[in-house]
Design a protein around this ligand. Structure first.
Ligand SMILES: [Zn+2]
Length: 375
């Protein structure tokens, strides 16, 4: 098989495999058709970018990799486009009144935020297209310098890196707040964490709230890494390089880009999670603050995103869980129960009873506060 055949076969293989992966995630995606399509577009874009990358850097005689380079960049555009679709969906649904949020909410501020995110994703989208038009080829080149020595020219890649970093920064404004899948437990710095004497099976809601710091999604960090990387490459690498140095630079280029693409692919998902988490938040009149979906009920958000729970049902659960844990004696009862010596099975049964009992009380309080309609 000669080079020109591979030049066409490989891009087609990348496209087909990306479509195959995207259709797989389409079936598992959210129930809302609009969001389903948005996420599938992101998966398709991620696939194009990710699979063309390792093939793109292999240079065989007669092998033209510019098609792969184009797919690589087009993937980035699709990812950004998917966030743009989601922003439109969010704005439309909120404004048409199809999505209602429980409790008091500064609607105008939310509307302004949504409009801003639509504008920002549009800007990133345009920037990505501009990059495609301006950068014809992304693969690093070996250039013969004036002295006759060869050196590694990374300028096209650097340029695209800046554009992508910028797009990433813009995207992350809305999406950076949290990525529920990367929640980690961080002990509070100011106070030493006092562990309860008994083996702690379930830390209390307040304890978790104090200990758990929602890890920043890392999107912002990644975009800064991209910019920093650009500067390093710009000042360090375009010096004369021998063959070993060239291969090393090549390897670094590959690894860093791979990492960068993987993080960028998370943007639409974290955007979706942030958006859904906003929908499930409510203003608690007793705490006088906005309450996010209870962190321990991570699966609740997941069920909601995948359409296994209706918006109304999920909102209700978030409110009842918050009231049960914070505004009733539930936590104290559970702590007392842990101190009692009794067979594990009985404890579990009692725990379930308490949960049911206090959920009723919590619901009653929330109804009195006007957050839930009386049954
Ligand atoms: Zn409260």
């Amino acid at each position: 098989m000669d080079g020109s055949n591979i030049s066409w076969l490989l891009p087609v293989a990348v496209i087909l495999y990306s479509i195959y992966r995207a259709s797989g995630s389409y079936q598992k995606g959210p129930q809302d058709p609009w969001l389903k399509v948005s996420l599938a577009v992101a998966t398709l874009g991620g696939g194009l970018t990710l699979y063309s990358l390792p093939l793109m850097v292999v240079q065989l005689p007669g092998w033209d990799t510019s098609m792969l380079a184009l797919l690589f960049m087009f993937g980035f555009v699709l990812i950004t486009f998917s966030v743009f679709l989601m922003s439109l969906w969010n704005t439309y649904m909120c404004e048409s009144g199809q999505l209602e949020v429980a409790g008091a909410r500064a609607e105008s501020i939310f509307f302004a935020c949504d409009m801003m995110s639509v504008a920002l994703t549009l800007v990133s989208f345009t920037l990505s297209w501009a990059a495609i038009l301006l950068v014809s080829d992304l693969k690093p080149n070996i250039v013969k310098g004036a002295s006759g020595k060869t050196f590694y020219d990374v300028s096209p890649f650097n340029f695209y890196m800046v554009i992508i970093s910028l797009a990433f920064l813009l995207l992350s404004i809305r999406a950076r707040r949290k990525l529920v899948t990367t929640l980690i437990l961080v002990p509070q710095r100011s106070q030493p964490v006092v562990l309860p004497p008994q083996k702690s099976t379930g830390a209390s809601y307040q304890q978790i709230k104090e200990k758990k710091e929602i890890k920043d999604s890392g999107l912002l960090l990644t975009s800064f890494t991209g910019l920093a990387l650009y500067l390093v490459l710009l000042f360090v690498i375009p010096a004369s390089l021998d063959q070993l140095g060239y291969n090393l630079a090549f390897l670094v280029w590959l690894l860093v880009t791979f990492y960068f693409v993987k993080r960028y692919m998370e943007a639409p998902m974290s955007y979706l999670v942030t958006m859904m988490s906003n929908l499930l938040s409510f203003y608690c009149p007793r705490c006088q603050k906005k309450i996010e979906p209870f962190e321990k009920s991570g699966s609740l958000l997941e069920h909601f995103i995948n359409g296994r729970l209706s918006l109304k049902g999920a909102q209700e659960r978030v409110i009842v869980a918050h009231y049960r844990h914070v505004h009733t004696e539930y936590e104290k009862e559970i702590r007392d129960l842990q101190k009692v010596r009794s067979p594990l099975l009985n404890k579990e049964q009692r725990r379930e009873e308490l949960k049911r009992e206090y959920s009723e009380k919590a619901r009653f309080l929330a109804e009195k506060d006007g957050l839930l309609k009386e049954k």
